[in-house]
Ligand binder design. Structure first.
Ligand SMILES: [Zn+2]
Length: 252
């Protein structure tokens, strides 16, 4: 492993930490970069040694140093997810693609930010979906400009399919089953994986959402029903990154 690859994985922990902080502050409107991190419970500003990704959480055994309130699993899990995304991006991105690793890292970390905010607030912010779409357009322009029609078709199909599902669900059941953000997310992912990648993304996302929700409900000993709110965004994001790194045969 080269120094650049190690640097990418190390950065993943830091970016994961930033994403977790941003997802916590998303609804309160607290400035993300300029505002000091605080304990969610006693509001004490945190010192630098309490903010070292994963290490601080382990050293403090997941509790605030002063009020002993649980910090929760979200911070170490998001930090590890940031590093894991970097590790698989470095391991699986072909070396002959211009700026391939930079594109894979950008894709993975933007998806992680969307997933973290959706998991916590059931919102996929337009600004992040737009950034994902724009980054996908830049990736196509730099790495395979001749293939742009297939990627444009992927974006349109990804958005269109989930938009139709959203409308159909509301007509049939009279309630919202899917947010418009999910359609925008699949559209942005379609710009990255192209038309041929969309069926795989939808299949993996659906299977992972059902299996993952059942496993989480068993672990947390909660029952799930047709009315339990489930954030679909994290599963779409996971499927999109999987298909990007392990493309189906005949992929363009
Ligand atoms: Zn505290």
């Amino acid at each position: 492993m080269t120094g650049i690859e190690l640097f990418a994985i190390f950065s993943g922990f830091i970016i994961g930490s930033g994403i977790d902080a941003a997802s916590r502050r998303f609804e309160t409107g607290t400035p993300w970069l300029t505002h000091r991190s605080r304990c969610d419970h006693c509001q004490r500003p945190l010192r630098w040694f309490e903010l070292v990704p994963v290490v601080s959480w382990l050293a403090l055994r997941g509790r605030c140093r002063t009020c002993k309130a649980s910090i929760g699993w979200s911070a170490p899990l998001t930090e590890c997810a940031g590093a894991l995304a970097a590790l698989v991006a470095v391991a699986l991105t072909p070396r002959d693609v211009p700026y391939g690793i930079i594109f894979s890292l950008s894709f993975g970390w933007l998806l992680l930010a969307l997933a973290a905010i959706d998991r916590r607030h059931f919102i996929l912010p337009d600004v992040l979906n737009a950034a994902l779409l724009a980054a996908g357009a830049i990736m196509v322009a730099v790495t395979k400009p001749a293939d742009w029609p297939m990627h444009l078709a992927g974006a349109a199909t990804g958005f269109g399919l989930l938009w139709l599902v959203e409308i159909a669900y509301r007509r049939l059941r009279g309630i919202d089953g899917l947010g418009r953000g999910d359609a925008k997310l699949l559209g942005a992912i379609g710009a990255w994986v192209g038309l041929i990648g969309i069926p795989s993304v939808l299949l993996i996302a659906s299977v992972a959402a059902i299996a993952g929700t059942l496993i989480i409900s068993l672990v947390q000993k909660q029952s799930v029903s047709g009315k339990t709110p489930i954030a679909f965004g994290p599963w779409i994001a996971l499927a999109g990154f999987t298909v990007w790194l392990l493309p189906p045969p005949g992929w363009v």
